[in-house]
Each structure stands twice: as structure tokens, then as C-alpha cells.
Design a protein around this ligand. Structure first.
Ligand SMILES: [Cu+2]
Length: 224
């Protein structure tokens, strides 16, 4: 269904899209039923000569029914999606072998810190690149998100990952990209006048390509 949803570019994408479509179908059915009922009542009880309007205090039975159906549907959706929440955002969801990348958001740019050849953040070989997120495909990535000033939000539609970046908080988010290519990271939280230009390019490389890029970038050569 690439004509309406972005490319499925991470291991989460299929599940998130399934949930999205399930909710769309449920709300779509409710929409059609409600609109059809509305039209039916408008026609059925239209003004006619000799018929007087009357007041009603409502129907307890009808109210219980139209409250219970959405409530049960909401709870069911919550229970079904909890599984995905635990897997994607849960406290212990980050795979232990995830590759760390630091992301520092500020008005209006993304500063991406790479762990360097040793694969560890917070060491001397780390280096930072503005507005370019390079990741290898097929490997879990854990982002350490921080903000300089206001709330920003990390969003790559193809990964189906969105995470607010909040000043004073150290927030982790993880994903595993699956399809090599070039995507866009946009700030999805209105953060000031330059919000519209707070974007970065996302490069998903094959593991070999990523290693080669890492070597070049660590030596301080221009990063792509
Ligand atoms: Cu922003």
C-alpha cells in the first residue's frame, strides 16, 4: 500500500501499519453507521404538516449501549496494542546489542553524535555531524535523545518511530532499519519559527557501506 503510507523501513512498520488499519476500519465503520443514522433520522422525522414536535428526556438503554460499545472497543484496542507498546517503547524493550547514537536537538538542527570506531558513546573517538543520521540496516539502533532548549520530536515516518525530545531528560528510543535508502528526519513538535527547516537526512546503509562511511567520517573527511 505504498500509495498512501510511507515505505515500510523498519522492523516495527508492519505492526504499526496493521494497528493503524485496524483502527481506521473500526472508526470507518462507526463513521458510516453514525452518518447513515443521522441521514435516516433527518428524513424520517422531517417537518410534516400537522405533526408537532415533542420533548424527550432520552433513553437510558440507548445511552448505555452507545457508551458501552466505544468503551469496550477502546479497552480492546488498548489490550491488543499493549503488546506493541511493550516491544517498541517499553522500559526493557531496547535490545542489549543495540548500536548507540546520540541525538542532540536544538533550535533548529539535529546534532548527531556517532560512537566512532570503538562503537561506544562517551569516548574520545566520538564525533558529531550536523543534520545527517547514518545507520546500518539490519541492526538495532538505540538513540540517546537530548534537547538544548525546547521540546522537539524525532520522527522518521519510514521507521514508524516518533519520540519527543525533552530538555532535561535523557530519553532512549530504538529501531531497526531494514531498507537501505535515503529518508528524512523531521522535527514533529512545533518548536519555534525555524521549526519547518529542522530536518536531517537519514542514510540507511548496508553494513559494509556503513563501516566504510564510519572509517571516512572518523578520519574527519567530509561526511557524504
Ligand atoms: Cu524542533
Amino acid at each position: 500500500m505504498s500509495w498512501w503510507l510511507p515505505l515500510k523501513g523498519s522492523t516495527f512498520a508492519g505492526e504499526i501499519d496493521g494497528l493503524f488499519i485496524a483502527i481506521l476500519v473500526i472508526t470507518g465503520i462507526a463513521f458510516v453507521i453514525v452518518e447513515a443514522g443521522l441521514i435516516w433520522f433527518v428524513v424520517r422525522y422531517r417537518a410534516r404538516p400537522g405533526r408537532k414536535a415533542f420533548y424527550t428526556h432520552g433513553s437510558t438503554r440507548a445511552e448505555v449501549i452507545w457508551t458501552a460499545i466505544p468503551a469496550v472497543t477502546m479497552v480492546a484496542l488498548g489490550l491488543v496494542s499493549n503488546h506493541y507498546w511493550v516491544q517498541i517503547k517499553g522500559r526493557n524493550s531496547i535490545p542489549p546489542n543495540a548500536y548507540p547514537i546520540g541525538i542532540h536537538a536544538k533550535q533548529f538542527e539535529w546534532q548527531v553524535t556517532y560512537p566512532g570506531p570503538d562503537g561506544k558513546l562517551g569516548t574520545a573517538d566520538d564525533f558529531t555531524v550536523r543534520n545527517q543520521l547514518h545507520v546500518p540496516a539490519g541492526r538495532p539502533i538505540v538513540l540517546a535523545l537530548s534537547s538544548e532548549d525546547v521540546i522537539h520530536s524525532f520522527f522518521v515516518p519510514q521507521f514508524r518511530v516518533r519520540q519527543d525530545v525533552v530538555p532535561g531528560m535523557d530519553i532512549k528510543a530504538w529501531f531497526q532499519a531494514t531498507v537501505p535508502g535515503t529518508y528524512e528526519l523531521g522535527c514533529s513538535q512545533l518548536c519555534g519559527l525555524g521549526h519547518y527547516r529542522m530536518r536531517a537526512q537519514v542514510f540507511v546503509h548496508t553494513p559494509e557501506e556503513y563501516d566504510a562511511w564510519m572509517k571516512r567520517a572518523a578520519q574527519g573527511e567530509a561526511s557524504e
